[in-house]
Design a protein. Structure first.
Length: 254
């Protein structure tokens, strides 16, 4: 975070971050800053999953771990069109970076993922930039067994915060009703159905058709409402860049 703050204080316009592990080609920097200069993005990040041929160079454990983390990040950050969230090759416009709460952003391995969550809260546009990863014989310090619990809790926390902020505190839409009603119906159907299924097993009697339908319908309707919420969320990924002065003023950020 100190690097971001130093760049902002120095008056730099675009801030590029490259990890020091030798896996990131600095010759790609023009590709990362081009969408920002063109006004198409506020933040760009690398994505090693574009080219299937070069993807074979990624170790199997990293491939699986990145895929799982990508799907978790889609929901917690709200950027459903992004992949490879832990990629440390990034660029951001300084006018957007200065509105990030640096003191609240997670450090170490959850850093890039947490930044995406924070960017979504201010409505920043994020774009993936295709890149090839270069792997040598270095040993990764990231141990899946050690971070799976920590990451899961942080993703759950960010998901709940994002949904509350975007669908209840700052806005209210049909999706604000679809999610809680869907969860309630699904939970009721599962609990009701499970209790009667266990009871039928103990008594040895088949459950009546009405009981089966009373359990199945809430589950089906609940799933449909949850899917409708996800569809709404996917369709509302930020599309307008913030680093233009007019947009920043309109949103009351300055």
């Amino acid at each position: 975070m100190k690097g971001y703050q130093a760049a902002i204080e120095a008056g730099d316009e675009i801030i590029v971050k490259v990890d020091g592990d030798g896996q990131m080609d600095p010759r790609l920097i023009p590709d990362f800053i081009a969408p920002i200069i063109a006004g198409e993005a506020d933040y760009t990040k690398g994505n090693r999953f574009f080219d299937l041929e070069t993807l074979r160079a990624m170790p199997g454990k990293r491939l699986f771990g990145n895929a799982v983390l990508s799907f978790m990040t889609k929901f917690s950050s709200g950027y459903w069109d992004l992949f490879d969230p832990t990629n440390g090759y990034t660029a951001i416009h300084a006018r957007v970076a200065e509105h990030l709460p640096f003191d609240k952003i997670s450090e170490r391995y959850f850093f890039e993922t947490d930044i995406l969550f924070r960017l979504n809260l201010i409505g920043a546009v994020v774009v993936d930039v295709p890149m090839d990863a270069r792997y040598a014989d270095e040993v990764s310090n990231l141990k899946i067994s050690k971070i799976v619990g920590e990451f899961s809790l942080k993703h759950l926390r960010n998901s709940m915060k994002r949904i509350f902020y975007n669908y209840y505190l700052r806005n209210f839409s049909i999706a604000s009703l679809e999610l809680p009603i869907g969860l309630l119906l699904f939970t009721f159907g599962v609990i009701y159905g499970a209790s009667h299924w266990i009871g039928a097993g103990v008594s040895g009697e088949a459950a009546p058709a009405g009981t089966v339908m009373l359990a199945a319908l809430p589950v089906l309707i609940g799933i449909q409402l949850i899917l409708a919420f996800i569809g709404y969320d996917i369709s509302h990924v930020p599309q307008k860049t913030l680093h233009k002065a007019s947009l920043l003023k309109k949103r009351g950020i300055q």
